[in-house]
Design a protein around this ligand. Structure first.
Ligand code: CA2
Length: 139
């Protein structure tokens, strides 16, 4: 089973800035641990700060991979283009947010992406990515 985690803008700063909101672990360290925890899965990771690159990656993997775990960062709240890309591909997408966006600013409460995703995991820290992978593993 082939899965990919796609992270959007600023998530390359995980573990470096704002540890109170996003934790102290870098995503690279977390991802290495995930690969150990799920040895039977082929896990890939992609991060970009650019909307078009995220769309290109969704198109690239969206007809051959078994699942996509997507944290589109702030594009979640702004991007009709990303929502259209998710709607256009075949591979199911689980939307993940590290923080509880519903307990934060009102502009973070709406997601353009959720309606195109099979599910949404919010506010459980990096554990949310693990739960999304577990969902695909057992779906
Ligand atoms: O909670 C999440 O996962 C978010 O997708 C994170 C986005 C935010 O815009 C969304 O509303 C919710 C922001 C990512 C910023 O990541 C940083 C990580 C470390 C330091 C600074 C920013």
């Amino acid at each position: 089973m082939r899965l990919i985690i796609i992270n959007g803008p600023n998530l390359n700063l995980l573990g470096v800035r704002e540890p109170d909101i996003y934790g102290r672990e870098s995503f690279e360290d977390f991802f290495a641990a995930l690969q150990v925890d799920f040895p039977t899965l082929t896990l890939h990771y992609f991060q970009s700060n650019h909307e078009g690159d995220l769309i290109d990656k969704l198109h690239e993997v969206g007809f051959s991979y078994d699942g996509i775990v997507l944290n589109a960062g702030a594009y979640t709240h702004t991007s009709v283009a990303l929502a259209d890309a998710i709607a256009a591909i075949r591979t199911p997408v689980v939307e993940v947010h590290i923080s509880n966006v519903h307990a934060r600013e009102a502009y973070r409460h709406h997601s353009y992406l959720s309606a195109q995703c099979v599910g949404v995991i919010v506010g459980l820290g990096l554990k949310g990515y693990e739960l999304a992978i577990e969902y695909f593993r057992t779906a």
